[in-house]
Design a protein around this ligand. Sequence first.
Ligand SMILES: Cc1cc2nc3c(=O)[nH]c(=O)nc-3n(C[C@H](O)[C@H](O)[C@H](O)COP(=O)(O)OP(=O)(O)OC[C@H]3O[C@@H](n4cnc5c(N)ncnc54)[C@H](O)[C@@H]3O)c2cc1C
Length: 380
Amino acid sequence: MNFELTDDQKAMRDQLRALLLAECKPEYVRACDEEERYPRELFEKLAAGGWLGLPIAEEYGGSGGSCADICVFLEELAWHFEAAANIYYTSIIIAADALQHFGTEAQKKALLPKLARGELRFAFSLSEPNSGSDAASLRTRAVREGDEWVINGQKMFCSCAQIADYILMMARSDAQAPKHDGITMFLLDAKTPGVDIRRLKKLGLKPMDLNEIFLTDVRLPADAIVGAVNKGWRNVLKTLDYERCCLSAVNVGAAQSCLDKAIAYAKQREQFGQKIADFQLIRQKLADMDMEIDAARLMLWRSANLVDRGVPNNKQSAMANLASSETYVRAALNGMRIMGGWGYLMEYDMQRHYRDSKLAEIGGGTSEILRIVISRELLR
Ligand SMILES: Cc1cc2nc3c(=O)[nH]c(=O)nc-3n(C[C@H](O)[C@H](O)[C@H](O)COP(=O)(O)OP(=O)(O)OC[C@H]3O[C@@H](n4cnc5c(N)ncnc54)[C@H](O)[C@@H]3O)c2cc1C
């Protein structure tokens, strides 16, 4: 049993931290949030430093990081800028993972090196207006006509579609098959005629765009698919545990950021003639936050370790996702309590965590769905 990062992981984290302290200052994060804009400059710096290739194998131009390495990276990035970590996850990790597992050799050679260099970005589109938690009941239809697929339908809640070159889009390619067996993952060039991407307004994570997508007679070549026809649901299931680890790492990093900000504030704010950090009720909140974050991090490390060893970990990764997301929401709430009225002001960062944290309890499965996954394993 080992509860420590490796020396290489510590060195990687320290190198990344130095870059982020220089290039991702709090004022920059605030500006991207207020202006609701993609942090292009930061991603250029990450690309120049080789960080975008971390989830990509060396033979395709990346550095071939393990799941544990990627979690260390995401925790650090989320500590500085949570929305950037979510964008990294959505626009790079999901695609790198899908292409490496299910892409053809030609797709890997054409797309992965560009992804690693920051020349391409992806989005992933599964949800629809009538299919969220029950994602496999999606209705967007793909019909084969000669050498082409013709796609019609509407997708909902697609993050990063505005900045994406390609969208990994799930559509129903066999309407007669049982619902999990008739779905295909399409490689949709976002500029294809008939694709209409519209931005949705939302509560938090403002630098990451969220969209609905209307698809009207969208024509794709027959080979614009990732994986096998009608087997797209397998793509989703195969990478789910790994992706839940990644989301957990984002949650842990952002929750730690709340705690560190709350401690800094409590140590300087005075009321009743003393620092508020000396009030027992404030200390209790800090202690609870620290304990919960630590527990979530340990669960995350366990799941990442299982992923890297190829051991099934559906329950453990769901637990890490659930614990870390609810921990983050509580950390942001306690951070707001500790800051009193000041936390409510837009000039302080705690309100951003308060707004951003809520998505953690939705993406990768809602808290209810994650509890269902855990209890299903218990009752097997
Ligand atoms: C900011 C943001 C970004 C997103 N990005 C993406 C993206 O990039 N790509 C993508 O495909 N999707 C994305 N999503 C969609 C996200 O995955 C869904 O919102 C999520 O799966 C929940 O679906 P829903 O919102 O339709 O809620 P619903 O599934 O309608 O759920 C409503 C409520 O019912 C509960 N519920 C549902 N089923 C059960 C059950 N069996 N038992 C008990 N309770 C249940 C839920 O937990 C929830 O409380 C994003 C969402 C948001 C808000």
